[in-house]
Design a protein around this ligand. Sequence first.
Ligand code: SF4
Length: 159
Amino acid sequence: MLKKILDNKTCAECKVCCAFDRYDVWETPILTRTNVEHMFTINPDIKIIKKDNSYSFKIKELNKNELFYCPVLDHDKGCMLGDEKPFDCKIWPFRIMNLCGKRVITISPICKEMFNQPLSNLVAFLKNELLDEIITYANTFPEAVKPYDSLYPILYVEN
Ligand code: SF4
């Protein structure tokens, strides 16, 4: 979904969004039943928990420097799900968050490739390519709307 603004090769070489430390474990994607079914065909040992309308990875408490790697990440090739990856992964580093009761769309500072692009490019891309799908997704899965994090610049505020 980000191909017009972020090339696949950059993502495949980086993979930063597929590893989580104890502070950003909340960034793990929410999973639909279809996502889970695809994941099990790749890795039958994945531990999943049901959460609201969706699923998420079951992750033990992480130590200070410990990382949780997504169980469908191939460390050489990247995500093994291809086009079947969860919606959160398709749109990352864009995130939808709740700021004082309003939904806002932000960008993660972790993805340097995107974060360093001109703000006007990011806002235009968001409005033209992603906004409607993100809002529809958030309406279907309200648990995808995370509490606002002040490190994430806001690109869009819902009226
Ligand atoms: S599903 Fe794919 S893109 Fe998403 S965190 Fe796992 S490996 Fe990364």
